[in-house]
Design a protein around this ligand. Structure first.
Ligand code: ADP
Ligand code: NA
Length: 351
């Protein structure tokens, strides 16, 4: 069997927000207790949407600072940036040759980001993004990936790539004397890459925009009022929650009553996630109350949970040599592991 290993990544593009925290970073922290974890600042991915970044270095540092401020231990686990480990790119090239163009074109995130554009305006990297993501995970032969619900489809593609590699190179894997016997469905398979398990869930697997309950909260939303940033101060958090779009009705007393009310569902989901409760439990307290009463409670909770992280992030970001040393050390340890996989992969292919 494959040894359990957790991998995940966050792009160094723009402000980290509450969606990144609840959908990803908070889970990274929880998983440290029982697992070997590798957490990556995926700087190569940041080129897919926008090629030239004026402040790439400081963006990379700010993600690393957010990881550590949230409680990730870079000594027990690994925190590094993707470009420090060229093996990610090497495996991504091989996966570009394993995967099919149609698999990439079908990704809803690709379609959302390219809708209305012609192929002359879309980078090849944006199309191939899920292939690099598969390489990020599989270059460590990671088995578990904590991410938000928005990444579910990309993780299915990672499984498809792993499976096709295992099948296409089946005989080579045996001949190279590597791989492990696993059972896929009912079938015994001699596999080199594991089938990754997504770790998605909780009361707010996808945090939605505060301005439009049908769109996910995102770094790339033009309106800063649409998201709570991890670096926002208490007054800003308060303003954004007070201005959050809602409907005129009182909160329902059961979770069923949130159906068809995306803004209400989102705010209740955020409250639930921040307080480690279920939506039903939150509604048993606030059901029947107006948003004018619920929103101040949500502000207090959000400020209580986020302000210690914000303060620590700022402190860490002021000490760039400390963050850089953590990334350098993490990069060395990640490189050693990734190179072990790539030696075997080159051997399997016959290079
Ligand atoms: P963004 O989509 O804001 O650019 P990334 O693509 O870097 O953020 O995603 C980093 C992590 O945060 C991923 O695990 C992703 O699934 C998660 N994530 C991003 N947006 C949200 C959201 N609105 N709700 C929940 N999780 C999210
Ligand atoms: Na994303």
């Amino acid at each position: 069997a494959f040894k359990p290993l957790v991998f995940s990544g966050v792009q160094p593009t723009g402000n980290l927000h509450l969606g990144n925290y609840l959908g990803a970073i908070r889970k990274f922290v929880a998983l440290q207790e029982d697992n070997d974890c590798i957490y990556c600042v995926v700087d190569l991915h940041a080129l897919t949407a926008q090629l030239v970044h004026e402040d790439m270095r400081s963006q990379i540092r700010s993600i690393a600072a957010a990881f550590i401020a949230s409680g990730i231990d870079p000594k027990k686990h690994i925190v590094f940036n993707q470009s420090a480990v060229p093996q990610h790119s090497e495996l991504a090239w091989i996966f570009n040759c394993v995967a099919r163009i149609g698999w990439m074109e079908r990704m809803t995130q690709f379609k959302d980001k390219t809708g209305g554009k012609n192929a002359e305006q879309v980078s090849l990297g944006l199309l191939a993004y899920p292939s690099l993501m598969a390489a990020d995970i599989l270059v460590y032969r990671a088995t578990h990936v904590p991410v938000g619900d928005d990444q579910k489809q990309h993780l299915e593609l990672t499984r498809d790539i792993a499976q096709k590699f295992n099948i296409d190179f089946g005989n080579h894997i045996r001949k190279a004397g590597t791989g492990v016997d696993v059972v896929v469905g009912e079938e015994p398979v001699h596999a080199y890459f594991p089938m990754v398990e997504p770790l998605i869930g909780g009361p707010a697997p996808r945090v939605m925009s505060l301005r439009d309950g049908t769109k996910k909260m995102s770094k790339s939303d033009a309106s800063d009022l649409s998201r709570i940033n991890l670096l926002d101060d208490a007054d800003t958090i308060s303003k954004k929650i007070r201005k959050a779009k809602t409907d005129p009705d009182a909160l329902p007393s059961e979770a069923e009553g949130l159906k068809g009310r995306p803004e209400a569902e989102n705010l209740v989901g955020i409250y639930a996630a921040l307080s480690d409760r279920s939506k039903a439990d939150v509604l048993s307290e606030f059901g029947g109350q107006q948003f004018s009463a619920f929103k101040p409670a949500l502000v207090d909770l959000a400020v209580n949970v986020l302000s210690p992280i914000t303060d620590e992030m700022r402190r860490l970001m002021d000490d760039t040599s400390h963050i850089d040393a953590i990334l350098r050390d993490g990069g060395e340890r990640a490189r050693a592991r990734a190179e072990k996989t790539m030696k075997e992969v080159r051997d399997i292919i016959g290079f």
